[in-house]
Design a protein around this ligand. Structure first.
Ligand SMILES: Nc1ncnc2c1ncn2[C@@H]1O[C@H](COP(=O)(O)OP(=O)(O)OP(=O)(O)O)[C@@H](O)[C@H]1O
Ligand SMILES: [Mg+2]
Length: 207
């Protein structure tokens, strides 16, 4: 799990969009499991094992909770893996079972974020990109979301990229981190290295 931190406009969301294929790449190379992603069409990247949970809890408001999960699950072609991934999502987020028949737009902000993460996981990805999952949520709900992310990691082997304004929580929860500034990597390293860095402490951790 890698925390991606940096100020507004640093390029965190753009990085994730470049990886998932929703933003064009004009230079450089993105490799995923040894494959050059330039050769994988954007709509095929979900099938290739990449799940992008974009900023702002973009659930399908007029579909039910269950239908939202099914949309994510459709990205997985193997029926056995699909079934297992969906079962795991419902085990991780029991509230989504309880609210299964309700329209996603009727859920609270925190529940919508759980649904957005659950929809990403339902495709059984090997890379999960979470873009500011804590955005706009009350502190207690943020804590729940971070607990959910920890539970996801404990439940299955997968790589997580986590973009966050809440730098302290994000670095704390991750193995490694990187600081983006104006589209460039200003600093990268282990959790302990970032936590100890004077500039990170001053600018992002408020210490
Ligand atoms: N489609 C686009 N066309 C042109 N410029 C864009 C586009 N999307 C983003 N940008 C610019 O790229 C820069 C990086 O934006 P990005 O949204 O990736 O930052 P961010 O780190 O996710 O910021 P935030 O913390 O506010 O979410 C910004 O200057 C933004 O205005
Ligand atoms: Mg962003």
């Amino acid at each position: 799990m890698l925390a991606v931190i940096g100020p507004n406009g640093a390029g965190k969301s753009s990085l994730f969009s470049a990886i998932s294929g929703t933003a064009p790449v004009t230079a450089g190379r993105i490799e995923f499991e040894g494959r050059d992603l330039a050769r994988v069409l954007p709509h095929e990247r979900a099938r290739a094992g990449i799940a992008h949970v974009p900023e702002g809890r973009q659930v399908f408001a007029s579909l039910t909770v269950r239908e939202n999960i099914e949309v994510g699950a459709q990205m997985q072609v193997d029926p056995v893996r699909r079934r297992r991934a969906v079962d795991q999502v419902y085990a991780l987020f029991p509230i989504l079972v309880e609210r299964g028949g309700q329209l996603a737009g009727m859920l609270s902000g925190g529940q919508q974020q759980m649904l957005a993460i659950g929809r990403g996981l339902a495709s059984d990805p090997r890379l999960l990109m979470l873009d500011e999952p804590s955005m706009g949520l009350a502190p207690a709900v943020v804590e729940t979301i971070f607990e959910c992310i920890a539970a996801v990691r404990a439940a299955r082997p997968l790589t997580v990229l986590l973009a966050e304004q809440r730098a302290a929580e994000a670095i704390e929860a991750s193995d490694d981190g990187l600081v983006l500034q104006s589209g460039r990597i200003a600093l990268q390293g282990s959790r302990d290295l970032l936590m100890a860095d004077p500039q990170v402490r001053r600018l992002y951790l408020g210490i």
